[in-house]
Design a protein around this ligand. Structure first.
Ligand code: 5GP
Length: 207
């Protein structure tokens, strides 16, 4: 079900949010590797680049004033301040993918997802949950990258984020990585098969 098969096909926006530590980034990476015709949206971010990250691959790293200019020029489809840094999705990236029939995967926070829910009603909004708070705390500690203060802040933020989960179309619990991945893949295939997204399949049956 790609653009070649259906030139009028619009790309689907798959928006994934989760509290920090739920496994969202790893799951999104797996999806990009295993689902055909699915591309990762590369966000703009003002935070410093971490070791191993590449500009234009992991994020478009920009200074704050450049980011502010993008906001003023309405070049962002959504943006939010997360953990003291600014992150946003380029409007051109979304529009371009939609027109080219490319399905986009957006790994963004709840504030950004709430903005997109208003402007892209046909987007598919997925929330990844940890099995419970104890397991989330265990995973955050196991990473060994954050101070106690940061861990506690992430746990407090998780409560606020999970409170918004019911506004999403799908909830996926990441208790077992492979099972969660399989569920996400099923969601993508089911959404691609919606009748209103693949009416072209009926053409050869109508005279
Ligand atoms: P990190 O700095 O760890 O890569 O990401 C921190 C948080 O920012 C994650 O929850 C991630 O989903 C979110 N994020 C990344 N890109 C965007 C974006 O374009 N928009 C919004 N609203 N959040 C983003």
């Amino acid at each position: 079900m790609n653009k070649q098969a259906d030139p009028s096909r619009k790309g689907i926006l798959f928006v994934v949010s989760a509290p920090s530590g739920a496994g969202k980034t790893s799951l999104c990476r797996e999806l990009i590797d295993s689902v055909t015709d699915l591309e990762q949206s590369i966000s703009f971010a003002t935070r410093p680049r971490r070791d191993g990250e590449r500009d234009g691959v992991d994020y478009h790293f920009v200074p704050s004033d450049t980011f502010r200019q993008m906001i003023e020029r309405h070049q962002l489809a959504e943006w939010a301040e997360v953990h003291g840094n600014l992150y946003g999705t380029s409007l051109a990236t979304i529009e371009d993918a939609s027109l080219k029939g490319i399905d986009l995967l957006l790994d963004i926070d709840c504030q950004g997802a709430a903005q997109l829910r208003k402007s892209y009603r046909r987007g598919v909004f997925i929330f990844i949950l940890p099995p419970d708070y104890d397991e989330l705390e265990r995973r955050l500690r196991e990473r060994g990258t954050d101070s106690e203060e940061v861990i506690l802040r992430r746990l407090r933020n998780a409560q606020q984020e999970i409170a918004q989960a019911e506004q999403y179309d799908y909830l996926v619990v990441n208790d077992d990585f492979s099972a969660a991945k399989a569920k996400l893949i099923s969601i993508i295939h089911a959404e691609r098969s919606r009748a209103n997204r693949c009416r072209y399949l009926l053409q050869k049956f109508t005279s």
